[in-house]
Design a protein around this ligand. Structure first.
Ligand SMILES: [Zn+2]
Length: 303
């Protein structure tokens, strides 16, 4: 529908002579285009397809009041959550590092991750959704409270930083690997072909995340649904990653000087459970908590 290549061109002026770097958020004429993943979400075809799905959801909705409250909660209160393990938490709060994605962890550890199936899934889904820039994407989840996506780590880093989310974050209706599997199979009668373009209308920029949420959950909203239930509706932890249900948040990050990271400057809260089977881990955790308490504007929340 739109021939502008969002990897390098402005979706607004479609300027072709001044390619925009992946991590740059303004085109040379000053259009606010966002990082490359945001540009993908703002392509004309994506925006129109999502608007159509959203309007259909609004029309099909049995309970307008609840739908309004759900949208307000998502727009007004939702954040992005990135779950991690204790070593990642220490990297950020003890060593001034930032949240590393799959590729950066692989580079740092100088060896491939042990789970080859998870590697395969990550690489295929990224090639499909983020051609040429998957290595700069950090995967999180849309969040209204709680402990985050626990199958990805026991510690939830909650990001509310407006500059980071407005300019570098986009959303996808579900986990990108599920999306890769289910949508491609549905669209192409069972064949998985990463060369095919993903179906449109399932991703958004941060400003339109409520449309993704409503389109996804319209059938889950009923008259007696309380606001407290929105949290689990938006992010539901299954027994394993395959059973999880959430809207994925993608944040772009690279080494360019202006590019923010998920670090102690942008994390607003750390959430975790007080219980631990491992006393040594718990001691380290308390030390990390002490470090976090010294960082201004970062809250520590025990559950
Ligand atoms: Zn422009």
């Amino acid at each position: 529908m739109n021939n502008v290549d969002p990897r390098s061109k402005c979706p607004v002026c479609e300027e072709t002579t001044h390619p925009i770097p992946y991590g740059e958020v303004l085109c040379h004429k000053g259009h606010d285009v966002g990082s490359v993943n945001v540009r993908y979400a703002r392509q004309k075809g994506e925006v129109e397809a999502l608007e159509e799905r959203y309007q259909q959801a609004r029309a099909a909705c049995d309970t307008e009041l609840v739908a309004n409250r759900f949208e307000e909660a998502v727009l007004g209160e939702s954040a992005a959550v990135f779950n991690c393990d204790l070593s990642a938490l220490r990297l950020i709060f003890e060593h001034d590092g930032y949240y590393l994605n799959y590729y950066e962890q692989r580079e740092r550890d100088k060896r491939p991750p042990t789970d080859i199936d998870k590697s395969r899934q990550r690489l295929m889904a990224d090639a499909y959704l983020f051609p040429d820039f998957g290595e700069c994407i950090r995967h999180g989840a849309l969040y209204l409270g709680g402990l985050g996506a626990r199958n990805y780590g026991l510690y939830a880093l909650v990001v509310r930083d407006k500059r980071l989310l407005d300019n570098y974050a986009s959303t996808l209706e579900e986990n990108s690997y599920h999306f890769f599997q289910t949508k491609v199979k549905t669209c192409q009668a069972g064949s998985v072909m990463p060369s095919e373009r993903p179906p449109e209308g399932y991703r958004s920029d941060w400003q339109n995340r409520h449309k993704i949420a409503l389109a996804k959950h319209v059938d889950d909203l009923s008259d007696n649904l309380q606001d407290e239930a929105f949290q689990d509706l938006l992010l539901h932890n299954g027994h394993n990653r395959g059973e999880d249900e959430f809207i994925e948040v993608h944040v772009y990050g690279d080494e360019s000087p202006n590019c923010p990271h998920i670090d102690k400057k942008t994390v607003a809260e750390v959430h975790c459970e007080r219980i631990s089977d491992d006393e040594e881990d718990f001691e380290i955790l308390c030390l990390v908590q002490e470090r976090v308490s010294r960082v201004p504007d970062v809250g520590w929340v025990w559950h």
